[in-house]
Write a protein that binds this ligand. Structure first.
Ligand code: TMO
Length: 313
């Protein structure tokens, strides 16, 4: 009797250790794709790493704000680029509801905000202060915006409160949303020939910093609560009267169920961390070198084998 109990215990523990070592689920790990190049390339880089481990991977194109709800519900498995400025609020809202969690920060430090190519400063020397920019609003007036300056913001799913910031700070600007990231680069490129002043949405890390020297506009410094508590920021009655974080995080997020369903892939996800230059290069491969995202991911993996191999051990 005693012997049987012991052998059962041995059998159970053997079965347990077998199941701990078992492969990840053969269901596809669902990775969301958004509308800026580094995120698309990084998603393919990580997808190819997961595939090299024997996992199935599926890519889905999703809205970059709604994705947090999809991850929370497990329809999408993870998100590789949670930018604090653009997505901090949606990420926090999903965290509070439950179902997704923070898988740690990349090494990269991020900033997303109003930005101008350096020639703009020749016409408006008080820059980068937002007040100086506002005093120069005339320089940015267009047929489309009348007497107001034109600010070309990113696509509507990125930053949601541009016009509210303009109102909260009493600025003489009108926010116009670009249809795509490419429209931002086209705007800067078109202004370059005759050094026309422009102010557009931009971010770092990105390929753009290697192409066009420029600066972010300095708005009132971001403080936690600027988007939830009117008393935070210089206007006591309004939200959004601050710039975005100047030293923002870049996080990874995952569906809570990923850990149990794809334990090996999850373990790698916890170790993944990209730097500013690595992310800028991913964008460059697509936006300057005109590679397809899958090709760019292959090139990145080939050039950086020691970086990602270290995450597999
Ligand atoms: C969301 N983005 C990184 C383009 O600012």
């Amino acid at each position: 009797m005693k012997l049987r109990t012991i052998s059962l215990a041995v059998a159970v523990s053997a079965a347990c250790s077998t199941s701990v070592a078992a492969a990840d689920s053969s269901d596809p790990i669902v990775i969301p794709i958004h509308n800026w190049s580094s995120q698309i390339v990084m998603s393919h880089v990580v997808g190819q790493i997961f595939e090299s481990m024997g996992n199935n991977v599926e890519f889905v194109t999703t809205d970059s704000q709604a994705v947090y709800e999809s991850v929370r519900l497990g329809d999408v498995t993870l998100e590789l680029e949670v930018w604090e400025g653009a997505f901090g609020a949606s990420f926090r809202a999903a965290l509070e509801k439950g179902g997704l969690h923070d898988v740690g920060d990349h090494d990269a430090v991020t900033r997303e905000d109003w930005w101008y190519p350096m020639w703009t400063k020749d016409a408006c020397p008080g820059l980068p202060s937002w007040e100086a920019l506002n005093d120069c609003a005339d320089l940015f007036a267009t047929a489309e915006t009348g007497s107001k300056g034109r600010y070309l913001d990113g696509p509507v799913d990125w930053l949601k409160h541009g016009q509210e910031r303009v109102a909260a700070l009493g600025m003489n600007f009108q926010v116009v949303n670009a249809g795509s990231a490419a429209a931002l680069w086209a705007e800067i490129g078109a202004a370059e020939a005759d050094k026309r002043p422009v102010v557009v949405f931009n971010w770092t890390p990105n390929f753009a910093e290697a192409v066009w020297p420029g600066e972010f506009v300095e708005f009132p410094v971001w403080e936690d609560g600027c988007d939830t508590d009117p008393s935070v920021g210089p206007n006591p009655n309004e939200l959004y009267d601050c710039g975005n974080p100047a030293n923002g995080y870049l996080k990874k997020a995952a569906w809570d169920g990923m850990k149990d369903k794809w334990p090996s892939a999850y373990d790698v996800l916890t170790k993944i961390s990209f730097t500013n230059p690595q992310i800028a290069e991913m964008a460059k491969f697509v936006d300057i070198d005109e590679m397809e995202p899958e090709e760019a991911a292959e090139a990145w993996l080939e050039e950086n084998e020691s970086v990602w191999q270290s995450w597999l051990n």
